[in-house]
Design a protein around this ligand. Structure first.
Ligand SMILES: Nc1ncnc2c1ncn2[C@@H]1O[C@H](COP(=O)(O)OP(=O)(O)OP(=O)(O)O)[C@@H](O)[C@H]1O
Ligand SMILES: O=C(O)c1ccc[n+]([C@@H]2O[C@H](COP(=O)([O-])O)[C@@H](O)[C@H]2O)c1
Length: 208
Protein backbone atom coordinates (compact mmCIF):
# COMPACT_ATOMS: atom_id res chain seq x y z
CA UNK A 1 0.00 0.00 0.00
CA UNK A 2 1.32 3.47 -0.87
CA UNK A 3 1.93 5.84 2.11
CA UNK A 4 -0.77 8.24 0.88
CA UNK A 5 -3.35 5.41 0.82
CA UNK A 6 -2.48 4.44 4.38
CA UNK A 7 -2.99 8.11 5.32
CA UNK A 8 -6.67 7.70 6.17
CA UNK A 9 -5.70 6.11 9.49
CA UNK A 10 -3.19 8.75 10.50
CA UNK A 11 -4.08 11.28 13.17
CA UNK A 12 -2.34 14.59 12.68
CA UNK A 13 -1.95 17.44 15.18
CA UNK A 14 -4.81 19.99 14.88
CA UNK A 15 -4.80 22.18 11.77
CA UNK A 16 -6.99 25.00 10.44
CA UNK A 17 -7.31 26.79 7.10
CA UNK A 18 -4.66 29.46 6.67
CA UNK A 19 -2.45 28.23 9.51
CA UNK A 20 1.26 28.60 8.74
CA UNK A 21 3.01 25.42 9.77
CA UNK A 22 6.73 24.73 9.54
CA UNK A 23 7.59 21.06 9.02
CA UNK A 24 10.89 20.17 10.59
CA UNK A 25 12.00 16.63 9.74
CA UNK A 26 14.92 14.90 11.36
CA UNK A 27 16.50 11.88 12.96
CA UNK A 28 17.03 13.77 16.24
CA UNK A 29 19.53 11.16 17.46
CA UNK A 30 19.90 12.77 19.91
CA UNK A 31 18.03 16.09 19.73
CA UNK A 32 20.15 19.09 20.75
CA UNK A 33 20.01 22.85 21.28
CA UNK A 34 21.00 23.38 17.62
CA UNK A 35 17.69 21.78 16.60
CA UNK A 36 15.84 24.08 18.95
CA UNK A 37 17.72 27.05 17.52
CA UNK A 38 16.63 26.05 13.98
CA UNK A 39 12.97 25.61 14.98
CA UNK A 40 12.86 28.89 16.95
CA UNK A 41 14.58 30.86 14.17
CA UNK A 42 12.03 29.55 11.65
CA UNK A 43 9.07 30.15 13.98
CA UNK A 44 10.02 33.77 14.62
CA UNK A 45 11.54 34.91 11.36
CA UNK A 46 8.99 33.30 9.06
CA UNK A 47 6.05 34.32 11.25
CA UNK A 48 4.82 30.73 11.65
CA UNK A 49 1.90 29.66 13.83
CA UNK A 50 3.43 26.26 14.62
CA UNK A 51 6.46 24.12 13.99
CA UNK A 52 5.82 20.39 13.67
CA UNK A 53 8.96 18.46 14.49
CA UNK A 54 8.70 15.23 12.50
CA UNK A 55 10.77 12.55 14.22
CA UNK A 56 11.30 10.27 11.26
CA UNK A 57 11.86 6.53 10.84
CA UNK A 58 15.38 7.24 9.51
CA UNK A 59 17.21 9.18 6.83
CA UNK A 60 17.19 7.00 3.68
CA UNK A 61 20.70 8.23 2.84
CA UNK A 62 22.22 7.20 6.21
CA UNK A 63 22.97 3.89 7.94
CA UNK A 64 20.10 3.59 10.43
CA UNK A 65 20.95 0.21 11.98
CA UNK A 66 21.85 1.81 15.33
CA UNK A 67 19.09 4.40 15.36
CA UNK A 68 17.03 4.35 18.59
CA UNK A 69 13.30 3.70 18.12
CA UNK A 70 10.95 6.49 17.09
CA UNK A 71 9.34 6.29 20.57
CA UNK A 72 12.69 6.85 22.30
CA UNK A 73 13.61 9.78 20.03
CA UNK A 74 10.11 11.25 20.35
CA UNK A 75 10.39 11.32 24.15
CA UNK A 76 13.82 13.00 24.07
CA UNK A 77 12.72 15.50 21.42
CA UNK A 78 9.57 16.41 23.35
CA UNK A 79 11.55 17.28 26.44
CA UNK A 80 13.87 19.50 24.39
CA UNK A 81 11.25 21.27 22.26
CA UNK A 82 8.96 22.43 25.10
CA UNK A 83 7.23 25.56 23.72
CA UNK A 84 3.52 26.19 23.11
CA UNK A 85 4.00 26.52 19.35
CA UNK A 86 6.24 23.48 18.95
CA UNK A 87 4.51 20.17 18.22
CA UNK A 88 6.59 17.00 18.19
CA UNK A 89 5.11 14.20 16.07
CA UNK A 90 5.99 10.70 14.89
CA UNK A 91 3.32 10.37 12.21
CA UNK A 92 5.85 9.82 9.39
CA UNK A 93 6.63 6.35 10.71
CA UNK A 94 2.90 5.59 11.17
CA UNK A 95 2.36 6.70 7.59
CA UNK A 96 5.09 4.31 6.47
CA UNK A 97 6.79 7.12 4.56
CA UNK A 98 10.53 6.62 4.15
CA UNK A 99 10.93 9.55 1.81
CA UNK A 100 10.14 13.18 2.53
CA UNK A 101 8.37 13.57 -0.80
CA UNK A 102 5.79 10.97 0.34
CA UNK A 103 5.19 12.85 3.60
CA UNK A 104 4.76 16.13 1.75
CA UNK A 105 2.44 14.63 -0.88
CA UNK A 106 0.29 13.23 1.94
CA UNK A 107 0.18 16.47 3.98
CA UNK A 108 -0.50 18.80 1.06
CA UNK A 109 -3.32 16.50 -0.12
CA UNK A 110 -4.80 15.98 3.36
CA UNK A 111 -4.61 19.67 4.39
CA UNK A 112 -4.86 21.73 1.17
CA UNK A 113 -5.68 24.97 3.00
CA UNK A 114 -2.76 24.87 5.42
CA UNK A 115 0.34 26.85 4.43
CA UNK A 116 3.15 24.36 4.97
CA UNK A 117 6.83 25.30 4.81
CA UNK A 118 9.65 22.73 5.03
CA UNK A 119 12.54 23.63 7.37
CA UNK A 120 16.02 22.22 6.89
CA UNK A 121 19.62 23.01 7.78
CA UNK A 122 22.14 24.32 5.23
CA UNK A 123 23.88 20.90 5.15
CA UNK A 124 20.63 19.19 4.17
CA UNK A 125 19.88 21.82 1.52
CA UNK A 126 23.39 21.41 0.09
CA UNK A 127 22.50 17.73 -0.51
CA UNK A 128 18.86 18.16 -1.45
CA UNK A 129 19.55 17.05 -5.04
CA UNK A 130 20.28 13.55 -3.60
CA UNK A 131 16.80 13.26 -2.05
CA UNK A 132 14.15 11.25 -3.83
CA UNK A 133 12.09 13.43 -6.23
CA UNK A 134 13.73 16.59 -4.91
CA UNK A 135 12.35 18.76 -7.70
CA UNK A 136 8.86 17.65 -6.78
CA UNK A 137 9.59 18.57 -3.13
CA UNK A 138 10.36 22.12 -4.25
CA UNK A 139 7.08 22.22 -6.15
CA UNK A 140 5.04 21.08 -3.11
CA UNK A 141 6.17 23.48 -0.34
CA UNK A 142 8.41 26.52 0.15
CA UNK A 143 11.75 25.73 1.83
CA UNK A 144 13.34 27.54 4.78
CA UNK A 145 17.08 26.87 4.95
CA UNK A 146 18.79 27.65 8.26
CA UNK A 147 22.49 28.45 8.06
CA UNK A 148 24.93 26.05 9.74
CA UNK A 149 28.65 26.58 10.38
CA UNK A 150 30.74 25.15 7.53
CA UNK A 151 27.84 24.85 5.10
CA UNK A 152 26.96 28.40 3.96
CA UNK A 153 28.75 28.39 0.61
CA UNK A 154 27.98 24.77 -0.20
CA UNK A 155 24.28 25.48 0.38
CA UNK A 156 24.20 28.68 -1.63
CA UNK A 157 26.09 27.05 -4.53
CA UNK A 158 24.21 23.75 -4.37
CA UNK A 159 22.29 22.28 -7.30
CA UNK A 160 19.01 23.22 -5.58
CA UNK A 161 20.08 26.87 -5.09
CA UNK A 162 21.35 27.06 -8.66
CA UNK A 163 18.14 25.54 -10.02
CA UNK A 164 15.91 27.99 -8.17
CA UNK A 165 17.81 31.34 -8.28
CA UNK A 166 14.72 33.36 -9.13
CA UNK A 167 12.66 31.85 -6.36
CA UNK A 168 14.73 33.01 -3.37
CA UNK A 169 12.56 35.31 -1.24
CA UNK A 170 13.01 37.25 2.03
CA UNK A 171 12.16 35.22 5.18
CA UNK A 172 9.06 37.25 6.06
CA UNK A 173 7.38 36.52 2.71
CA UNK A 174 8.20 32.78 2.49
CA UNK A 175 5.15 31.36 4.25
CA UNK A 176 2.82 33.47 2.10
CA UNK A 177 4.58 32.48 -1.14
CA UNK A 178 3.42 29.56 -3.25
CA UNK A 179 6.07 26.98 -4.16
CA UNK A 180 8.66 26.99 -5.56
CA UNK A 181 10.20 29.43 -3.09
CA UNK A 182 13.08 29.28 -0.64
CA UNK A 183 14.77 31.50 1.85
CA UNK A 184 18.12 31.38 3.63
CA UNK A 185 18.09 32.32 7.32
CA UNK A 186 21.39 33.84 8.39
CA UNK A 187 22.24 35.35 11.79
CA UNK A 188 23.22 33.53 14.96
CA UNK A 189 24.26 29.94 14.21
CA UNK A 190 24.75 26.79 16.23
CA UNK A 191 27.67 24.43 15.71
CA UNK A 192 26.05 21.57 17.65
CA UNK A 193 25.55 18.24 15.91
CA UNK A 194 24.13 14.85 16.88
CA UNK A 195 27.23 13.10 15.52
CA UNK A 196 29.49 15.11 17.86
CA UNK A 197 27.19 14.38 20.81
CA UNK A 198 27.11 10.64 20.05
CA UNK A 199 30.92 10.58 19.76
CA UNK A 200 31.27 12.40 23.07
CA UNK A 201 28.93 9.95 24.78
CA UNK A 202 30.86 6.95 23.41
CA UNK A 203 34.18 8.40 24.65
CA UNK A 204 32.70 8.96 28.10
CA UNK A 205 31.43 5.36 28.20
CA UNK A 206 34.86 4.05 27.03
CA UNK A 207 36.61 5.83 29.90
CA UNK A 208 34.48 4.07 32.51
N1 LIG B 1 23.32 23.14 14.32
C1 LIG B 1 22.49 23.13 13.28
N2 LIG B 1 22.33 24.21 12.49
C2 LIG B 1 21.50 24.17 11.41
N3 LIG B 1 20.76 23.09 11.07
C3 LIG B 1 20.87 22.00 11.81
C4 LIG B 1 21.73 21.95 12.97
N4 LIG B 1 21.63 20.72 13.53
C5 LIG B 1 20.76 20.02 12.77
N5 LIG B 1 20.30 20.78 11.75
C6 LIG B 1 19.31 20.41 10.73
O1 LIG B 1 18.24 19.76 11.43
C7 LIG B 1 17.70 18.68 10.65
C8 LIG B 1 17.75 17.40 11.47
O2 LIG B 1 19.10 17.14 11.72
P1 LIG B 1 19.66 15.82 12.39
O3 LIG B 1 18.64 15.23 13.27
O4 LIG B 1 20.28 14.95 11.35
O5 LIG B 1 20.82 16.43 13.33
P2 LIG B 1 22.34 16.54 13.00
O6 LIG B 1 22.97 17.25 14.14
O7 LIG B 1 22.55 17.08 11.63
O8 LIG B 1 22.72 14.99 13.05
P3 LIG B 1 23.95 14.18 12.45
O9 LIG B 1 25.20 14.78 13.03
O10 LIG B 1 23.67 12.77 12.92
O11 LIG B 1 23.88 14.32 10.94
C9 LIG B 1 18.52 18.65 9.35
O12 LIG B 1 17.81 19.41 8.37
C10 LIG B 1 19.81 19.37 9.74
O13 LIG B 1 20.38 19.99 8.62
O1 LIG C 1 13.50 11.75 1.06
C1 LIG C 1 14.73 11.64 0.97
O2 LIG C 1 15.28 11.14 -0.03
C2 LIG C 1 15.59 12.16 2.12
C3 LIG C 1 16.97 12.09 2.05
C4 LIG C 1 17.70 12.58 3.13
C5 LIG C 1 17.06 13.11 4.23
N1 LIG C 1 15.71 13.16 4.23
C6 LIG C 1 15.00 13.70 5.41
O3 LIG C 1 15.63 14.85 5.88
C7 LIG C 1 15.38 15.00 7.27
C8 LIG C 1 16.67 15.32 7.97
O4 LIG C 1 17.48 14.15 7.97
P1 LIG C 1 18.60 13.99 9.07
O5 LIG C 1 19.13 12.61 8.95
O6 LIG C 1 19.62 15.03 8.72
O7 LIG C 1 17.93 14.23 10.37
C9 LIG C 1 14.74 13.70 7.73
O8 LIG C 1 13.35 13.92 7.88
C10 LIG C 1 15.03 12.75 6.58
O9 LIG C 1 14.08 11.73 6.41
C11 LIG C 1 14.97 12.69 3.22
Amino acid sequence: MEPAERGGLIRLPPTAAGLRIGLYGGSFDPPHAGHRHVAMAALRRLGLDRVWWIVGPGNPLKDTTRLPTVAERLAATRSLAGHPRMVVTGFEAELGARYTVDTLRFLTRRCPRVRFVYILGADSFANLHRWRAWREITSLVPLAVVDRPGWTLRALRSPAARTLPLFRVPPQTLAGSGPPAWTFLTGPRSNLSSTALRDKLLKTLDRR
